[in-house]
Design a protein around this ligand. Structure first.
Ligand SMILES: *Cc1c(COP(=O)(O)O)cnc(C)c1O
Length: 386
């Protein structure tokens, strides 16, 4: 066993991260815990040192727990979230065989672009801005034509939509399609049960809900995906992103051994292990906290008459809210006004609703104080002038 407790105990009381001024209420990067930053600043040990293997192993064991995937093959790798998407697609999707992408905004569209570049025909079930995919409709598409995989975005940070992953994974499996999920704005703020839901590959990255500096992505392959990777008869054009090359490194680390494929950034892996420990210790309370803060923000902004892009509360994510810019203001004016009141918000990024929306990130190390400051800034900004 590693030194990691197997059941989540009471959350360790930890000092809050510093509150910068202005306060960034953004999707990412979110504010890291000071202990994570301290770990990151330490020079890395040699890649084959027992301490390096121990850190990687700890990060991998914690990744399985974070994602509810105790039997999965976990990966912790250097790169952006997009590199993670490309890595999963290049490693698991056979060129020439179609996939279906259920797109709830910018990130579903990116799944599709990545597939097309790789020579994987990507069909889209494109949702109207603020709407979640309809499992009945997705099931009909999969029944009408075989697809090798269904690609989902658990939480799309351009729309604020949470996709019903459990239900859609069931539909995809019934049609023999692999299920790949981009959980980059979800894991750490939403309930994730990869094994129970039957998700074959779940991806996340460090700088969003996990509150760990950017630089790494995490993936977990369930048994079907791990078998597909092993049995693959073709080789992707991407050498460095191919998970097949990395799999022996991760398997070795889980057994406490070193194996070489490419050099991992030891200080980032150490910070990852430190940060994941905080996330996993907070356990289920972490998801409840994000839900509570989301509701607190929304009831304050509803009272200001602001309209959430996501009509149905059931489809609203815990860690990001997308609102329509109110009449009489441009989004740029709203963002500058909020900054003037000490809070940094973000412009809309939805490919079909960017101009008329703005975004509030409330994920990672956020608390009631941050939410109230955000609501207050918007209240002052929108108050009718004398
Ligand atoms: C941020 C984000 C990404 C991309 O991450 P990068 O590190 O910017 O490449 C992908 N998917 C989702 C859902 C995201 O929120």
């Amino acid at each position: 066993m590693s030194g990691v407790p197997e059941t989540a105990a009471d959350p360790r009381p930890s000092p809050p991260p510093e509150r910068p001024d202005p306060l960034p209420m953004v999707v990412g990067p979110t504010r890291p815990h000071p202990s994570v930053l301290r770990r990151m600043a330490r020079a890395a040990d040699p890649i084959d040192a027992p301490s390096s293997v121990r850190d990687l192993r700890r990060a991998l064991v914690l990744t399985r727990r974070l994602l509810g995937a105790p039997a999965a093959l976990p990966f912790a790798l250097p790169g952006t979230g997009t590199a993670g998407m490309e890595s999963l697609a290049a490693s698991l999707l056979a060129p020439g065989a179609p996939v279906l992408v259920a797109s709830t905004g910018m990130w579903g569209d990116r799944w599709r672009d990545i597939c097309l570049r790789l020579g994987v025909p990507a069909h889209a079930h494109t949702c109207a801005p603020g709407r979640a995919p309809d499992p009945g409709e997705v099931g009909r598409r999969l029944a009408a034509e075989p697809h090798q995989a269904l690609l989902l975005t658990h939480v799309d940070s351009s729309s604020g939509v949470r996709t019903p992953v459990a239900e859609l994974a069931g539909v995809a499996r019934a049609h023999g399609a692999l299920v790949l999920v981009d959980g980059i704005s979800a894991a750490g703020a939403e309930d994730v049960r990869q094994e129970v839901w039957g998700v074959d590959a779940y991806l996340t990255s460090t700088p969003k809900a996990l509150g760990i500096p950017a630089g790494l992505y995490l993936a977990a392959l369930g048994p079907r995906a791990a078998d597909a990777l092993r049995a693959r008869t073709w080789a992707p054009r991407h050498y460095s992103l191919d998970l097949r090359g990395w799999a022996p490194v991760m398997r070795a680390a889980l057994e406490g051994r070193f194996a070489y494929h490419q050099s991992l950034p030891g200080n980032l892996i150490g910070a990852l292990a430190e940060g994941l420990e905080l996330v996993v210790e907070e356990g289920r309370e972490r998801v409840r906290r994000h839900r509570r803060l989301a509701l607190r923000l929304r009831s304050a902004l509803d009272a200001e008459g602001l309209a959430n892009l996501v009509a149905d509360d059931r489809d609203r994510a815990n860690g990001v809210s997308v609102y329509r810019t109110p009449p009489g203001l441009t989004t740029g004016e709203l963002l500058r006004g909020a900054a003037g009141h000490g809070v940094l918000l973000q412009a809309g990024t939805h490919p079909r609703a960017a101009e008329e929306t703005f975004r509030v990130g409330h994920l990672g190390n956020v608390d009631e104080h941050d939410i109230d400051r955000t609501a207050d800034a918007l209240r002052r900004l929108l108050a009718p002038r004398e």
